[in-house]
Design a binder for this molecule. Structure first.
Ligand code: URA
Length: 239
């Protein structure tokens, strides 16, 4: 798919999301929040669901958590428009409550379509519902800053899920802030590692024939950060 074809397909999904009545969240939303970003990106951030500001503007991560997410993205030399940002549920759960399992299930068709179109090398899971979707059974306090291959049943053909704490974790307690930035520093390395995996598992035909490496066969520049943090912070249900 070309970038233009991806844009058209993502716009069509966004239109479906704005018209969606698959779960009760459509009854209380102001605006649905399909997601936004570069259709040709390798990196997709998936949060939990829109909050009050996102519901008002129809855009993901535009409140306080969004400001910190933007800072985190910029800390590795990228900008927000370089990536794609979306959520597990596209409409705001009233009062910022957790999305219910049936709401997550109903909305999964949209996330699945987005993943098929974007074909990301890395999905950054932001918050526990996103982690559960792309790394079922994992606990954030044990796996933050690490990757795990994604089940293609999610719509991600061949990618790694990079686990991140939700920015609210640092807004709630400022002493958690350095952890988010340390984890984020490992993300470019995770992207490089995923590129290598994808080249090995699915070498581009033209590059094979020419005997030359494909354009994106870039050496990993940073080792993947792995952590064995066994602190009890995953007892907090908020993140
Ligand atoms: N928190 C999320 O998980 N997603 C948003 O879009 C905003 C805040």
């Amino acid at each position: 798919m070309t970038a233009a074809e991806r844009r058209v397909a993502l716009d069509a999904i966004a239109a479906e999301v704005r018209d969606c009545t698959r779960c009760r969240l459509h009854e209380t939303r102001t605006k649905a929040v399909p997601g936004e970003g570069d259709p040709d990106t390798e990196v997709v951030f998936v949060g939990e669901g829109p909050g009050e500001n996102e519901d008002r503007q129809g855009r993901p991560f535009v409140g306080a958590s969004g400001a910190l997410l933007t800072e985190l993205i910029e800390s590795v030399g990228w900008t927000r428009p370089d990536v794609f940002i979306t959520n597990v549920v596209k409409c705001r759960p009233p009062g910022n409550r957790d999305p219910q399992p049936d709401e997550i299930g109903a909305c999964s068709v949209h996330l699945h379509h987005q993943m098929e179109v974007l074909d990301p090398a890395v999905v950054v899971t932001v918050g526990k519902h996103s982690l559960e979707r792309f790394r079922p059974g994992d606990r954030i306090s044990r796996v933050h800053g690490t990757t795990r291959p994604i089940d293609p049943a999610t719509g991600v053909r061949d990618g790694l899920a990079f686990a991140m704490y939700h920015p609210a974790f640092a807004l709630y307690q400022g002493s958690n802030r350095p952890t988010l930035f340390e984890d984020m520093a490992g993300l470019p390395g995770a992207v490089a590692a995923s590129r290598q995996r994808r080249i090995v598992s699915d070498p581009p035909v033209a590059a094979q024939a020419a005997g030359t490496p494909p354009n994106d066969a870039i050496e990993p520049t940073e080792p993947l950060v792995t952590r064995s943090d066994t602190s009890d912070t995953d007892q907090l249900t908020l993140f």
